[in-house]
Each structure stands twice: as C-alpha cells, then as structure tokens.
Design a protein around this ligand. Structure first.
Ligand code: ADP
Ligand code: MG
Length: 319
C-alpha cells in the first residue's frame, strides 16, 4: 500500500447501505427516521494504556467497536453506523488486514457499517478511536437520571469474569488455566445485549453499561437520579467459573470488576413479566438484583439480609 488513500480504499472503504453515503467524500450522509433522535458515542483506545502492542488485532478491532455498541445499547439505541479514526506508526498490511476484517465482521453482524473516519501517522503507538451513531425513539432514551424509588434493578449477562481474566493476564492473580480459559473470552469479546436493549425503551427507566464495575456504575445512576439502592448479593449473576476462587476475590470481581459491557437498568415492578419474556425471547440472561429507594446511599445485603460493608480495597464482610 503506497498512500493513505490506497490504505483506506483497501482496508476500510466498503459500500454503504442504500440511502447512506459512506467513505470517500468529505462527510458521510445518513438520516434518522422521523420521531427518532441521534445517539452518538465515542471511545478512544491508546496502545500501552488500553491495550498492549502484541494484542491480536482482530480482538482489538472487535473490542473497539463492541464497547461503543455497548454505549448505544445502554441508551436503548439501535446502531446506524460508525466512524474510525486511526493513528498508526507504520503500515503493517498483515495487522491492518486482520484488524479491518474483524471490524467489518462485527459491523456487519450488528448493523453498524463503517461510514467514514480519519487515518494519520502516529508518532508513538497506535491510536484507535471509534465513534458510533445510533437512533432512539424521541424522548425514550434510557438516561442515567431517570430511576425512580420502587424501581427494580436488573442486570443482563453475568459479572466478574473479565476482571478475573485481566488479573491473571497481568500477573496480579495466580494463573489457573481452566478459570482463564472460561473467563478470557468475556474480556476479549464482550457481547452487549444489542438486540434486547432497544426493546427496553418505554419499559425501563434508567440504564447504563457496566464498564468500571457494578457499584461504581450504579452509583452514577443513583447520583444522577438523586436516589439510593438496595442490592441483594445472592441475586447478583456471578460467572460460574469464579466458583473455585476465594470468596473475597469473587465478591470484589462481582461488585467492582470492570470491562463487563452488560446493562444495569431500572424498571417499574409492573414490567417484571414482560421484561423476563423479552429477555427469554432474545436469549439474554436477566437477573433482578435489587431495587431503588428514595434515601441516598447504596446498600448490599448478604444471604441473611445483613448489610455488607465497603472497605478501601473492595467489599469485605463484617458480620
Ligand atoms: P478529509 O481530508 O476530507 O478529512 P480524508 O482524506 O481524511 O478526508 O478521508 C477521505 C475519506 O476516507 C473520507 O470519506 C473519510 O471518511 C474516509 N476515511 C479516512 N480514514 C478512514 C478510516 N480509517 N476508516 C474509514 N473511512 C476512512
Ligand atoms: Mg481527514
């Protein structure tokens, strides 16, 4: 590949879906259907900070897009398309082929075609910035400030696996090959509930995706909505591979482990059955883990309904 334009043409420019203008002009063009709003999110990944130089480029491209799709899901938005801003120190055809194949594969599966971007030379390390565009029915987006006292708190998927995999890969936790094999896919290939999430509009109140850890992320909903929450620890969906680990480590991973890219949302109790039905139809695991209260603060109850206490290093249990 000789020029920037040849690189873009070879690896990134693909025909846009009909009705849209994709790569090749000064802007991409697309429309949002009547009665909808545009939902936009962007996420930047820096080599050395968010990923290591030797990461499989296919995993890197997948995750760069998946974490953005997760943001759309967290608003109840449906993907329309994405943009890719790329900084590269050099042109490595093999790396670019694997990266772009993986990106186009997830883009195709998720109905989020690559519509444009920017490509520049980076002085140090790779920079990958994906922007997603989505649509959501006007006024129906699942915002963080919309939780009400009395709402149930729900979680999609399972918790804890990416945190355990990351600890083992970084050498912060003794490597157990069986546990790593079971948890690593959730770290490298998160699967946010993309088809299920838009169905929450009109049923759920507040939502977000769990990226920094359940307690911290739920805390954002509570702050924005000026309310509190009670969680029931035994109802939290722990990944089964954590069962052989130390209890304190499991609690830490479940309550504070990041990189989950599943949803935490609140909804009136009247919608319980409907939500369970929709999740079943979508093949999404859905757990009801607590409820919203008027009084600020976050309480986690153990199996005996006793509050667990947060220590500086995570959750400890003081009977
Ligand atoms: P401009 O000079 O107008 O910014 P560029 O030369 O940067 O345009 O890009 C030319 C075209 O290629 C644009 O349509 C842009 O959206 C697209 N493009 C550039 N880089 C990428 C990329 N990494 N992925 C997809 N499209 C890209
Ligand atoms: Mg440009």
């Amino acid at each position: 590949v000789t020029s920037e334009f040849a690189l873009i043409a070879r690896y990134f420019a693909r025909p846009a879906p009909s009705g849209m203008l994709g790569p090749g002009d000064d802007c991409a063009l697309l429309s949002v259907p009547d009665g909808h709003e545009l939902a936009v999110a962007t996420d930047m990944l820096l080599e050395g900070r968010h990923f290591l130089p030797d990461i499989d480029p296919a995993d890197l491209a997948y995750k760069a897009l998946a974490v953005n799709l997760s943001d759309l899901a967290a608003m109840g938005a449906q993907p329309l398309g994405c943009l890719l801003a790329l900084g590269l120190e050099m042109v490595d055809p093999d790396w670019l082929q694997r990266f772009s194949d993986s990106l186009h594969a997830l883009a195709g599966e998720s109905g989020c075609p690559l519509l444009g971007g920017d490509t520049t030379r980076s002085l140090q390390g790779r920079v990958i910035c994906v922007t997603v565009l989505g649509q959501v029915p006007r006024g129906r987006a699942l915002r963080r400030d919309a939780a009400h006292p009395g709402d149930d708190i729900w979680i999609t998927g399972v918790l804890g696996a990416p945190d355990i995999a990351l600890r083992m890969l970084q050498g912060r936790l003794a490597r157990d090959e069986a546990v790593l094999a079971a948890t690593r896919p959730l770290l490298e290939r998160p699967e946010p509930p993309l088809a299920f999430a838009p169905q929450l509009c009109g049923l759920a109140h507040a939502a977000l995706d769990i990226s920094d850890g359940l307690l911290q992320d739920l805390g954002h909903i509570l702050k924005a909505s000026a309310c509190g929450a009670v969680l029931r620890y035994p109802h939290l969906p722990e990944h089964p591979a954590l069962a052989t680990l130390e209890p304190a480590l499991r609690r830490q991973a479940v309550l504070a482990g990041g990189d989950v890219y599943q949803l935490c949302f609140t909804a009136p109790a009247a919608h319980r059955e409907r939500l369970a039905g929709l999740a079943g139809d979508a093949g999404v695991r859905l757990s009801r883990v607590g409820h919203i209260v008027a009084e600020p603060g976050l309480t986690v109850l153990d199996a005996d309904d006793r509050p667990m206490t947060l220590s500086a290093r995570g959750f400890d249990h003081f009977p």
